[in-house]
Design a protein around this ligand. Structure first.
Ligand code: ADP
Ligand code: MG
Length: 248
């Protein structure tokens, strides 16, 4: 279980998260929606342990292990994975080498290492699922990549690492229809294979064509103000966030 309890968090002394409570069980799919600037990406960053995002109160735990003060590597080695809204560009490191390094250094779900040849075979299988070409694998990590290509790289990383909890921050923004199908096909596949807890942050109702959430949460001004089922997505599409009745 990924458990977030009464989380408060600041960036540059500005309080952004104001008491987030949120639990994700293995096998569940959650959607988080919310207006721009409501703190969705900050929540993702706080979970990943990104420097500069200061947790001032509350706790985060993965399968009973308190990670509130742990570094990103430790979190990843407990099976947590984040796909960032704005993936970094790293010149000088190819996507395939970056992924091989990440694979061979992880300890979750196993600490198995693969030789360059074996890793290449494994990587190609995963890349094919997403329609990523061999030449793209050899390009520098995200350098000059389109928005959609960067999102696919993040999802490829997810497939390669086989995490237990995945947080996907607007992976559906900037994708064409074919890429959307492939990306969400891959997300469904990993969800089907194991007992994975999935959190999808999105702005778009169309996401329901690709995944079936168990829960939908609305975040406003650093708090989850309402949780419910898929029908919440429809309500937002029709009436915007103002119309959401948070009293229930
Ligand atoms: P969302 O992902 O929901 O659109 P964010 O989590 O990106 O929202 O941002 C929440 C708030 O935090 C916004 O008001 C944003 O301007 C502020 N914020 C995010 N990063 C920084 C930063 N590095 N410095 C100052 N403010 C920031
Ligand atoms: Mg965001």
């Amino acid at each position: 279980m990924l458990e977030i309890k009464n989380l408060f968090c600041s960036i540059n002394n500005k309080e952004i998260l104001k008491g987030v409570d949120f639990t994700i069980n293995p096998g569940e799919t959650h959607i988080i929606m919310g207006p721009n600037g409501s703190g969705k990406s900050t929540l993702a960053s706080a979970l990943s342990g990104k420097p500069g995002v200061i947790l001032t109160s509350g706790s985060i735990s993965i399968d009973g292990v308190d990670i509130t003060k742990e570094n990103p590597t430790k979190r990843a080695n407990l099976g947590l994975f984040l796909a960032f809204q704005y993936p970094m560009e790293i010149p000088g490191v190819s996507l395939s080498n970056a992924l091989r390094l990440a694979y061979n250094n992880k300890t979750y779900p196993t600490d198995q290492k693969l030789s360059p040849v074996k890793f290449r075979k494994y990587l190609k299988e995963k890349a094919e699922i997403l329609g990523i070409s061999d030449s793209f694998l050899e390009r520098n990590l995200n350098e000059g990549a389109s928005g959609g290509e960067k999102k696919k790289s993040e999802i490829l990383q997810m497939l390669v690492l086989s995490p237990k909890y995945v947080i996907l921050d607007e992976v559906d923004s900037g994708l064409d229809v074919d890429a959307l199908k492939k990306v969400f096909g891959a997300i469904r596949d990993i969800g089907d294979v194991g007992d994975i807890g999935i959190v999808v942050i999105t702005h778009y109702q169309r996401i329901l064509k690709y995944i079936t959430p168990d829960f939908v949460h609305i975040m406003v001004e650093g708090k989850i103000v309402k949780s419910g089922g898929s029908d919440l997505v429809q309500q937002i599409e029709e009436g915007g966030y103002q119309k959401i009745d948070v009293r229930e």
